[in-house]
Design a protein around this ligand. Structure first.
Ligand code: FES
Ligand SMILES: [Fe+2]
Length: 339
């Protein structure tokens, strides 16, 4: 299962993340290679990075910064940025102690569209070939050139799949986003692609097909259709982003338990934003817009989760405007049956 815990254009060389309970350090090593290392010291399992010495129970703290190496605070075993062990004081008398055997385990990493994808299975099937049919549908947005703006953060007390379901379809514009989206981008006009890989994609054009107004020149390669629609992609199970002509919004999910996750909404803006007299003002407008829409989506997450606990709740009939969920559920079933 491939998940994208971050973008590759971060300034920090190191950050920690938690992938379904697995503590991981993403690092750009001295040679520039991006790696996903285990954040667990191979000695006695202390978390290597991400401690908050002030906190009484300093587990799973996130950390982001620049480092030259990692040193475990427990007994000072240390590791290079490529995971190789470089020191283990007090181990001189350990018979046949081979430092390299105690290097940090690594997970599979792949870059796609400027996202860092990690798979906990080192033998995982590579991601890019699985997304070969998606690539031409989004490449004009120049995803790998986009710059991150400050994220919006939300605590969500429901299962992460509910957030994926809310985020993956436009059917709910009819109800939840009646005031903010439906008039401008009617759900009924959505064009949902048939599954051609482990992802879903739909395009939602403006009501009259006119281009979406922009404050600066959008990427030159966008088609007429892309200039007048929102393109939303979900790479299963939970990497979601939608692209409009001048920015993309990346929804980063961090599942913490079956009924809790964090959600980071990260605006990614094209470098042409520099044409805008006050790029900071543009960032604020984007963030305010995303937040207003997302507050409505939070209502769906919270109340559908409450409803899902009912003893009479069973899967309801679905509209063709939410066939992305059917696509995702089939993918999940396939993962369960053929792990
Ligand atoms: S647990 Fe890390 S050095 Fe002992
Ligand atoms: Fe929504």
């Amino acid at each position: 299962m491939w998940a994208a815990p971050n973008r590759s254009r971060t300034r920090a060389t190191t950050f920690t993340t938690d992938l379904f309970g697995e503590p991981v350090i993403i690092v750009r090593d001295k040679g520039g290679t991006i790696r996903a290392l285990s954040n667990v010291c191979p000695h006695r399992w202390m978390l290597l990075v991400g401690h908050d010495p002030e906190a009484p129970i300093p587990i799973k703290a996130e950390s982001c910064g620049n480092r030259r190496s990692f040193q475990c605070p427990f007994h000072l075993w240390s590791f290079d940025l490529d995971g190789k062990m470089i020191g283990a004081p007090g181990m001189e008398e350990a018979k046949d102690f081979d430092k390299l055997r105690w290097s940090l385990p690594q997970f599979a990493v792949e870059l796609w569209g400027g996202f860092i994808f990690v798979n906990l299975d080192p033998e995982a099937e590579p991601l890019a070939p699985q997304l070969a049919t998606l690539q031409p549908l989004v490449e004009a947005y120049e995803l790998d050139r986009l710059q991150m703006l400050e994220p919006l953060e939300y605590e969500c007390n429901w299962n992460w799949k509910m957030s994926v379901e809310v985020g993956s379809e436009s059917y709910h514009h009819l109800g939840l986003h009646q005031d903010l989206l439906e008039e401008f981008m009617p759900a009924a006009l959505s064009d949902i692609e048939s599954p051609a890989g482990p992802y879903s994609i739909y395009r939602n054009p403006t009501a009259d097909g006119s281009p979406i107004p922009t404050a600066f020149t959008p990427p030159a390669g966008l088609s007429e259709q892309q200039l007048s629609c929102l393109t939303l992609v979900t790479i299963f199970p939970y990497t979601m982003f939608f692209s409009m002509p001048e920015y993309t919004a990346y929804l980063q999910l961090i599942p913490e338990s079956f009924d809790r996750h964090r959600l980071r909404y990260i605006p990614l803006v094209h470098p042409n934003v520099e044409q805008f007299p006050e790029p900071e003002e543009f960032a604020n407008i984007v963030r305010a817009t995303l937040d207003a829409v997302h507050q409505q989506d939070m209502v769906a997450g919270a109340y559908c989760w409450a409803g899902a606990q009912s003893q009479v709740a069973r899967p309801g009939r679905r509209s063709h405007l939410e066939s992305q969920l059917w696509q995702m559920h089939n993918w999940l079933l396939d993962q369960i049956e053929n792990p």
